[in-house]
Design a protein around this ligand. Structure first.
Ligand code: CDP
Length: 235
């Protein structure tokens, strides 16, 4: 649906954990022929690296921040696109499944709160978006990574709804867990993400807010595509 006359823009989609951001961001990128970047996957990949190198105390999920920061130059993150599938690569290894594990979900927000980790990943993300034509989802895309993005969306839904969606995903993947465990993780990550000092989860002043608690996937995809068309038409 893009053509040579359509300007390439930057699209930032932020919001709460398991709010359906990735689903809608991925679908929009596919429909309009843009690159999609899941910034959360990058924080998850760094977390997996830290777990594998014993930099996280699993008793309380505290991170050995100096050690992790010193290792940042050794961590390369990339994405591999294969048809409709996108995989996250950590130092060349496909870690797409492992970064979605409960262990990574439990440790990722403390890792993402370390300022030097954020600086390194934000710099990578800004480089990825240099030539526009990108949809990126996360927590700070509209506020910190691309504050000048032409289109910004902030997605919210109740914690119960989000936990149920995440549970359905886990069941589909055959991962054993409970609603209570997921709800606790969603609530705890929201809290850490909102209260950290370095670029906390916050709705950008110029973002359009979408509460998708009672929307189907198709409805939210259509809503996002309509918004994109309006934004591009207004340029
Ligand atoms: O998929 P879900 O929404 O549960 O989370 P995610 O997008 O995979 O992100 C995992 C975690 O990374 C979040 O809970 C945040 O702590 C952190 N994150 C962040 O701090 N900044 C971003 N731009 C993206 C993710």
């Amino acid at each position: 649906m893009t053509n040579s006359q359509t300007p390439q823009i930057t699209i930032a989609i932020d919001g709460y954990s398991s709010s359906g951001k990735s689903t809608m961001a991925r679908q929009l990128a596919k429909t309009i022929g843009y690159r999609y970047i899941d910034s959360g996957a990058m924080y998850r990949a760094v977390t997996l690296y830290a777990l594998r190198h014993d930099m996280i105390n699993r008793a309380d999920n505290s991170v050995n921040a100096p050690l992790l920061v010193a290792s940042l130059p050794e961590i390369a993150i990339d994405f591999k696109v294969d048809g409709d599938n996108q995989s996250t690569l950590l130092n060349g290894e496909n870690v797409e499944t492992e970064i979605r594990s409960i262990a990574v979900s439990q440790c990722v927000s403390p890792v993402a709160a370390i300022p030097q980790v954020r600086h390194a990943l934000v710099a990578m993300q800004q480089k990825m978006g240099e030539s526009k034509g990108i949809v990126m989802d996360g927590r700070d895309i509209g506020t910190t990574v691309f504050p000048k993005a032409e289109m910004k969306v902030f997605v919210r839904a109740s914690a119960q709804t989000r936990a149920q969606r995440r549970l359905n995903e886990m069941i589909e993947k055959g991962i054993a867990t409970t609603f209570e465990e997921i709800l606790a993780n969603v609530v705890s990550r929201d809290h850490i993400d909102e209260t950290r000092d370095e670029s906390p989860l916050r709705c950008a002043d110029d973002a359009i807010v979408l509460d998708n608690s009672v929307m189907s996937v198709e409805e939210q995809n259509n809503w996002l595509l309509d918004l994109y068309k309006k934004v591009v038409a207004s340029l």
